[in-house]
Design a protein around this ligand. Structure first.
Ligand code: UCC
Ligand code: FAD
Length: 582
C-alpha cells in the first residue's frame, strides 16, 4: 500500500490474467470427416492440395476480411453532393476483395469447368464449406451467381445471355459478374405466385420494361439478376397466379450521369444478421429486361436456381456448425474452470461431442446431395439419382437450417459470457445462422415442397429414397459394432413406409399437418444410413462408428411417434388454434 501511495499516477490495476482467445486453424486440416470423405470419394491430389492451400488462406488471410465486412457494413448513398439521385450502395474494400478472390479461386467456376467429372460439385462445395464462415457472407452472392448460371445453362445459352454466362462462370476477377435473385415482393415471399405484382411491358425491339417493387433483394451490388414478372398484353392485362409468371434476365447498369437505369433503391434493410451484405428494397421503374423463359413458365424455370441456392444454403449451415465446433474445441484446451481445462470436464466434452455428431450428420447429408447434383450434371445420373436429388434438396435445406441455429447457439455457450460479446466475432455466427431457415424457402414451405414432389412423381421420389437408403445399409451387414444403428435405421424405414401407406387413406389435410415431421424423419433416417455407410468404409475410424451410433440413438422417425400420439388427427387443427389464440 505504501509503495502505491507514493506514486501519484498509475495505470488501472486490472489484474494479470488474460484469457487466450480461440485460434482459427486451417479448416481443411482440422476436419477429420471432410478429409476422410474426400480420401474416399475424391482422392485426386490436385483437389486435395488446392483445398489444403485454400484452408490455409482462409485461416490466415480471408477470415480477417470477413470480419472487416462485418465491421464495415454497406451503406446507401441516395444523392450525390449536388443533389443528383445516384443510389450508390457503398461496400467495404474487404467485400470487393471477396469478389476477386471468389473468381480467382473458382468458387463458381469449378461447378462449370467440371475438371473432376461427377465429383466437381463435391469439390466446389467443399471449397465453399471452408470459405463460408470467413466469407463475410460473400457466399450469398456466389450462391445466386451459381444459380443464375445454372438456369441460363439449362434454358440454353442464347446470344442475349452468352456474355453473362461466361462472366458468371469465369476465373478472371476483372470480368467476373455476380447475379441477384429477385423473387420476393411485399405480398409474399413464400407464395410467389400470388405475391408478384411486377409487370413486364413488351417493347418493340423484343425486350421488356419491368415495373414493380422487389421487397428483398440481397447482395444488391450484383451486376445482373434473374427476376419474375407478369407479361402485360396489349390492353395491359396480366394472368394471375403461377401461370402468369415469366422469368427475366436484367443487367444492373448506370447511365452517363451515374444513375441506375430503371431502378431506384428505396432503402437498405436493417437486419438481425447478414449485415455484411446489402439487402435492399427496389423500385423497378422501367428496368430493361430480356425474357428467359416461355411466358407463364417462370416458377418452373427459376426452380433450377432454387435447387442450387438451397444446396449452397445447406453448405453454409453445415459450415457454420463446423466453425463453431472447431473454435469451441480449441477454446476448451485453453480455458480453465474448477481447476482443470474445459476439455477435461467430461460433461463439457460430451456437449462438444453432441455438436460434433450433428455437424458430421449435416456434412454427410449435404455432400450426398452435392454428389447427386454432380452426377446429374455430368450425365451419369440414373432416374433414381434424379428423383433422390429432387426429394433431398428441400429436405437437406430445411433440416440443416434448423440444426445450424441449434448447434451455433450451443457453441456460443461453450465460450461462456465471451460467446455473447460482439467484439469476439462469435455472436455474428448465430445472427447469420438464423437466416438460413428463412430465406430460400422457410421450413414449412420446404416441408410442403417435399409433399408436392412426392405427389407429382406419383411416389417415385419415395421409391428412390427407400431403395437407396436400404442399399446404404448393405455395407454394414455383419458389422456387429454398428448393429444398433443399423437396426434403428431399418426400423425407421419400415415405420416410415407404413406411415406413408397409411397416410394415403386419410382425410385431406392429414399429410399437411405431418409435413414438417415427415421431412425431419426423412432427413434423420437418411443421415443415419449415410453415417453407417461411411463408418463401413475401409479408411473409417472408431469415431465414425461412434458418430453413427450416437446419431441413431435419437428418434429417427418423429412423424411416427407423433402420429401414435394423435398429433395429426382431424381434431388437432381446432385444438392448435384454440391453444394459440387462447
Ligand atoms: O431468399 C432468396 C435469396 C436469399 C439469398 C440467397 C442465399 C443463398 C444461400 C446462401 C448461403 C449463405 S430468394 C427467394 C427465395 N424464394 C423462395 O425460395 C420461394 C419459396 N416458395 C416456394 O418455394 C414455393 O413452393 C413456390 C414459389 C415454388 C411455389 O410456387 P407455385 O407457382 O405455387 O409452384 P408450383 O405450382 O408448385 O410449381 C410450379 C412449377 C411446377 O412445374 P410444372 O409446371 O412443370 O409442373 C413445379 O414442379 O415449378 C416446379 N417447381 C419445382 N421444380 C416448384 N418448386 C420446385 C422445386 N423446388 N424444384 C423443381
Ligand atoms: P411469409 O411467406 O409471409 O411466411 C411467414 C410464415 O408463414 C413463415 O413461417 C412460413 O413458413 C409460414 N407459412 C407461409 N405459408 C405457409 C403455408 N402454406 N403453410 C404453413 N406455413 C406457411 N428474397 C428474394 O427474392 N431475394 C433475395 O435476395 C432475398 N434476400 C433476403 C435476405 C434476407 C436477409 C431475408 C431475411 C430475406 C430475403 N429474401 C429474399 C426473402 C425471403 O426469401 C422471404 O422472406 C422468404 O421466402 C419468406 O417469405 P415471406 O417473408 O413473405 O414470409
Amino acid at each position: 500500500w505504501e509503495a502505491t501511495a507514493q506514486v501519484p499516477f498509475s495505470g488501472a490495476r486490472i489484474g494479470s490474467f488474460f484469457q487466450d482467445r480461440p485460434v482459427l486453424k486451417n479448416p481443411f486440416l482440422e476436419d477429420a470427416l471432410l478429409r476422410g470423405y474426400l480420401s474416399r470419394h475424391l482422392p485426386e491430389r490436385d483437389a486435395l492440395s488446392d483445398l489444403c492451400k485454400f484452408g490455409e488462406r482462409v485461416a490466415n488471410e480471408v477470415d480477417e476480411w470477413g470480419r472487416e465486412c462485418e465491421l464495415n457494413p454497406p451503406r446507401l448513398v441516395h444523392f450525390d453532393s449536388w443533389g443528383g439521385r445516384v443510389d450508390h450502395i457503398v461496400t467495404s474494400p474487404a467485400w470487393k476483395r471477396m469478389k476477386d478472390l471468389s473468381a480467382q479461386e473458382g468458387l463458381v467456376a469449378i461447378g462449370y469447368e467440371r475438371s473432376f467429372g461427377e465429383w466437381s460439385r463435391v469439390y466446389q462445395m467443399c471449397k465453399l464449406f471452408l470459405f463460408s464462415p470467413s466469407s463475410g457472407l460473400y457466399t450469398c452472392p456466389l450462391a445466386m451467381t451459381d444459380g443464375a448460371a445454372k438456369v441460363i445453362q439449362s434454358i440454353g445459352i442464347s446470344s442475349a445471355v452468352e456474355e453473362a454466362y461466361s462472366r458468371l462462370t469465369t476465373r478472371q476477377p476483372e470480368s467476373f459478374w455476380t447475379s441477384g435473385q429477385w423473387m420476393t415482393e411485399r405480398r409474399g415471399g413464400s407464395d410467389v405466385a400470388s405475391g408478384t405484382e411486377t409487370v413486364a411491358v413488351p417493347q418493340t425491339d423484343g425486350s421488356y420494361k419491368l415495373h414493380g417493387f422487389k421487397w428483398f433483394t440481397s447482395a444488391t451490388d450484383a451486376d445482373v439478376t434473374l427476376t419474375l414478372a407478369r407479361v402485360q398484353d396489349r390492353r395491359g392485362a396480366t394472368t394471375p397466379g403461377s401461370k402468369g409468371l415469366t422469368l427475366f434476365y436484367a443487367e444492373v447498369s448506370r447511365d452517363e450521369d451515374g444513375r441506375l437505369k430503371g431502378i431506384e433503391v428505396q432503402r437498405l434493410k436493417d437486419k438481425l444478421g447478414t449485415r455484411q451484405m446489402p439487402t435492399a428494397e427496389l423500385l423497378l421503374d422501367g428496368l430493361q429486361a430480356h425474357r428467359l423463359s416461355e411466358e407463364g413458365r417462370g416458377v418452373a424455370s427459376i426452380a433450377n436456381m432454387l435447387t442450387i441456392t438451397r444446396i449452397h444454403n445447406s453448405i453454409s449451415a453445415a459450415a457454420a456448425m463446423r466453425r463453431v465446433v472447431q473454435l469451441a474445441r480449441d477454446y476448451a484446451t485453453r480455458r480453465t474452470a474448477f481447476g482443470k481445462r474445459l476439455k477435461d470436464h467430461t460433461l463439457h466434452t460430451q456437449t462438444l461431442a453432441r455438436m460434433e455428431v450433428e455437424t458430421r450428420g449435416a456434412f454427410l447429408m449435404v455432400m450426398d446431395v452435392c454428389r447427386l447434383l454432380g452426377r446429374e450434371e455430368s450425365g451419369v445420373a440414373s432416374q433414381l439419382d434424379t428423383n433422390l436429388l429432387r426429394l433431398l434438396t428441400p429436405v437437406v435445406k430445411l433440416y440443416t437450417g434448423k440444426q445450424a441455429v441449434a448447434v451455433v447457439s450451443e457453441g456460443l455457450e461453450c465460450f461462456g459470457g465471451q460467446g455473447y460479446m460482439e467484439d469476439t466475432g462469435l455472436p455474428g455466427l448465430l445472427r447469420d445462422a438464423q437466416v438460413l431457415s428463412i430465406w430460400e424457402g422457410t421450413t414449412n414451405i420446404l416441408s410442403l415442397d417435399v409433399l408436392r414432389c412426392v405427389a407429382r412423381s406419383s411416389g417415385m421420389v419415395l421409391h428412390a429414397y427407400f431403395t437407396h437408403t436400404k442399399s446404404l445399409l448393405a455395407s454394414a451387414s455383419g458389422v456387429s459394432s454398428l448393429a444398433p444403428a443399423v437396426n434403428s435405421v431399418d426400423r425407421a424405414l419400415s415405420e416410415l413406409k407404413d406411415f406413408i401407406q397409411g397416410a394415403a387413406t386419410k382425410a385431406p389435410g392429414y399429410l399437411e399437418l405431418a409435413a414438417r415431421d415427415l421431412a425431419y424423419s426423412l432427413a434423420r433416417t437418411y443421415t443415419g444410413a449415410l453415417l453407417i455407410d461411411h463408418a463401413c468404409w475401409k479408411g473409417a475410424s472408431a469415431s465414425d462408428t461412434y458418430t453413427a451410433l450416437r446419431w441413431c440413438e435419437q428418434d429417427l422417425c418423429p412423424v411416427v411417434t407423433r402420429q401414435a400420439r394423435g398429433c395429426y388427427d382431424p381434431s388437432t387443427p381446432a385444438l392448435d388454434a384454440a391453444l394459440v389464440y387462447d
